[in-house]
Design a protein around this ligand. Structure first.
Ligand code: ADP
Ligand code: MG
Length: 691
């Protein structure tokens, strides 16, 4: 669909300018300088030529096919120009100009006007208020963009709304000597969307890895579906910014990108199987490794070095990232003892010494590639003047070209002096980094990706539930204009989903409370229930461990005296102490579903915030992983003689909560806090639902 945009036969520039510092001039210069193989057509009513190329008064006068037309004209002229393009048969329009929806109502009206015309002619719009696209395919060399970074051909494609970030990523690759393939920065994205571009890149044979930067998702469901599909074919490295409230504000007032709560976006990336990043530097170094390296089969790393310290740094970074450094196999050990200098350290990391030469490096590389103890290799390579570094580089490049296992190189050199060494490694497609930590992090990203791709997606189970009963309770609450459900309604819904709760009953006064307590069996808990009572214990609305009727009566009377609410009632519940208090929660994310939270409950929620999130629908495998992900995960399995809790019951509870809020999407927030987790079973001790 977008083929003509990224592989145009001819490009017209409407608003072509003779002025050197004008975008309408720069785009033409870029097309020429980059070596565009298609037709270049400046459109200008009064110029005969621009940059030595014949100009036309109208796009309708252009003799050849025009697949892409740039528009570098004031917003108000755009609708008419779109009309002309339609008559000419233009397929795509890149609107570089601003002055549309990003400026307010009037601009939005123009955007709507030209979109309508474009639709009528079947033209797709890229932008407006955008940079444009680049395709480095040597057969094409299309630079439909006004920026200034001229990329070498490569396998990384970049897509982002923000021109500034796309360009900064682009520049970083150029500075590292890493090539790129397709570049697309589409500003307001009023028509062609990021998911559409990602879909195209998924099919582009020259794209091996996709890098994307977003500030918010406009159509989260569509984004998730597309990324899920494309990530199954090739790696997608994604970054979301605007995670602080301040950052989100900056993003919202920029390009009209709708910044939402960042948590959901990260979870969408994760659920879709993309690799998410929080730092553009990390993303860039990782992409450089993905561009040429295979995905490792596991997390076991072998390090080869000719200098001590950098290997130590690399080791630290790898281990912190969850990789392991197994010892050499006996065979490798014996082999390297024979081939390396007697003073060399034959272990992992293996230190060939600064005097080690090409044969030493080669022996290590071959041995580690063949050694089943390793899934990937980190090469530390400093370039001393007293060894033949070109020969070493040749061996590293040769082994890399075999593509047996992923390999990255921390190249410690002066690029201006060791030009040939650098060239050999680059030609050999060895990802080279200037710092040991960077090389290690790039490798760790490959490992993280392998873990994401190979993890068990699990199954979204459907638990038995009386959905109709829950729906009826909710509808009644809505009809009554309630924004918060009362205890009877909340526990009614929990019952409908067979969520375990201690025996309970409602009571209007002390007398009925005692009756209810007698039926439930002592000890009991009495809780005040009224619309105005939010945190019950703060208002003296919770009395626990009441052993007899007198205690219940006293508790109710005390609450009646303390809490003045016309709708005050009493929730009588079996006292169920001794469990590990955990919290579960759900929060609606418009367009996505609900965030599901799990963590340590009680005061820990406030203090250490040991909680993890996922998105509905939560599968059995995902629920299990949530239990493992909290910092205090060991408490669930049991520590120091303490028995663990019923993980299966907790996992089922997470999944039931996911099912419940999916069935009842009007639920804005739902808290189960606390849930008592016992050695055998769980019990929800307090719950809250708001609409
Ligand atoms: P709120 O959160 O509105 O203050 P809760 O119902 O959560 O009120 O009660 C406060 C605390 O009392 C809980 O965190 C829990 O420690 C304890 N608690 C409440 N209900 C029970 C119960 N049925 N069995 C044992 N402890 C309970
Ligand atoms: Mg509570």
């Amino acid at each position: 669909m977008l083929d003509a945009l990224f592989r145009p036969r001819g490009v017209a520039v409407i608003g072509a300018s003779a002025k050197e510092l004008h975008i309408g001039n720069r785009v033409i210069k870029n097309l020429i300088d980059f070596g565009f193989t298609g037709g270049i057509y400046p459109i200008n009513p009064s110029a005969d030529e621009i940059r030595g190329i014949k100009a036309y008064k109208s796009v309708l006068d252009v003799p050849g096919p025009v697949d892409v037309a740039h528009m570098v004209i004031p917003a108000k002229f755009v609708p008419q120009a779109v009309e002309d393009c339609g008559k000419k048969g233009v397929k795509h329009i890149i609107i570089n100009s601003g002055g549309f929806s990003e400026t307010g109502e009037a601009g939005l009206a123009i955007e709507k006007a030209f979109l309508e015309k474009a639709k009528a002619y079947g033209i797709r719009i890229f932008g407006p208020n955008c940079q444009g696209v680049i395709n480095t395919d040597p057969a094409l060399k299309a630079y439909c963009n006004f920026t200034f970074t001229f990329p070498e051909p490569g396998a990384i494609s970049i897509v982002a709304l923000s021109g500034g970030v796309a360009e900064v990523i682009h520049q970083a690759f150029a500075a590292m000597g890493v090539g790129t393939r397709i570049y697309a920065s589409n500003g307001n994205a009023c028509d062609i969307t990021i998911p559409e571009i990602i879909e195209y890149l998924g099919q582009d044979p020259g794209t091996r890895v996709i890098v994307t930067y977003v500030e918010g998702l406009r159509d989260s469901a569509n984004f998730q579906a597309t990324v899920t599909k494309v990530a199954a074919q090739k790696p997608i490295l994604a970054m979301k910014a605007g995670r602080t409230q301040e950052g989100a504000k900056a993003a919202a007032s920029h390009t009209g990108g709708l910044a939402k709560e960042d948590l959901a976006t990260d979870l969408i990336f994760e659920k879709a199987g993309a690799l998410s990043f929080r730092d553009e530097g990390e993303l860039i170094i990782a992409a450089a490794a993905f561009a040429t390296q295979p995905i490792p089969k596991g997390n076991r790393i072998g390090i080869i070095t000719n200098t001590g310290g950098p290997a130590v740094i690399g080791t630290d970074v790898l281990v912190a990232a969850g990789c392991s450094l197994p010892p050499l196999s006996e065979k490798t050990h014996a082999l390297l003892k024979e081939k390396l200098f007697p003073e060399a350290t034959v272990a992992n990391p293996v230190d060939v010494l600064a005097t080690g030469g090409a044969a030493h490096y080669r022996a290590c590389l071959d041995a580690m590639m063949a050694d089943d103890s390793f899934d990937a290799i980190l090469v530390n390579f400093v370039t001393p003047f007293f060894v033949d570094t070109d020969s070493i580089a040749k061996e590293i490049a040769a082994v890399n070209q075999q593509g047996l296992k992923p390999m990255v190189c921390n190249l410690m050199t002066d690029k201006r002096q060791w030009t040939e060494t650098v060239r050999i490694l680059k030609e050999g497609k060895v990802p080279c980094f200037a710092l040991p930590g960077e090389a290690a992090r790039a490798l760790a990203a490959l490992v993280r990706y392998q873990q994401i791709r190979s993890r068990d997606k699990g199954r979204v189970k459907v638990f038995e539930a009386d959905k109709a009963a829950a729906r009826a309770i909710l509808d009644k609450a809505k009809a009554a204009g309630q924004s918060v459900l009362n205890a009877e309604q909340v526990y009614g819904i929990l019952n409908a989903y067979q969520i375990p709760v201690p025996a309970w009953a409602m009571a209007a006064d002390a007398q009925t409370a005692v009756k209810a307590a007698d039926a439930i069996g002592y000890p009991v808990v009495v809780k005040a229930d009224a619309a105005s009572v939010v945190h019950k214990s703060d208002m003296g609305g919770v009395a626990v461990n009441l052993g007899d009727a007198a205690a219940v009566k006293a508790a109710v009377e005390k609450m009646q005296a303390a809490i003045k609410a016309a709708d005050l009632r009493f929730f009588i519940q079996k006292f169920t102490p001794g469990g590990l208090e955990v919290i579960l929660g759900a929060k609606a994310e418009p367009g996505v579903g609900h965030l599901i939270m799990f963590g340590l409950g009680g005061i820990f929620v406030e203090v250490i915030k040991d909680v993890v999130f996922n998105l509905t629908p939560v599968s059995d495998a995902e629920a299990g992983r949530m239990l493992d992900q909290i910092k205090a995960a060991a408490l669930l399995t049991g520590v120091r003689g303490q028995k663990g809790v019923d993980r299966a019951a907790l996992s089922a509870l997470i999944q039931k909560l996911s099912q419940l809020v999916t069935d009842l999407p009007e639920i804005a927030e739902m808290d189960l806090n606390p849930v008592g987790a016992f050695e055998d079973g769980v019990a929800v001790l307090d719950a809250r639902i708001s609409l």
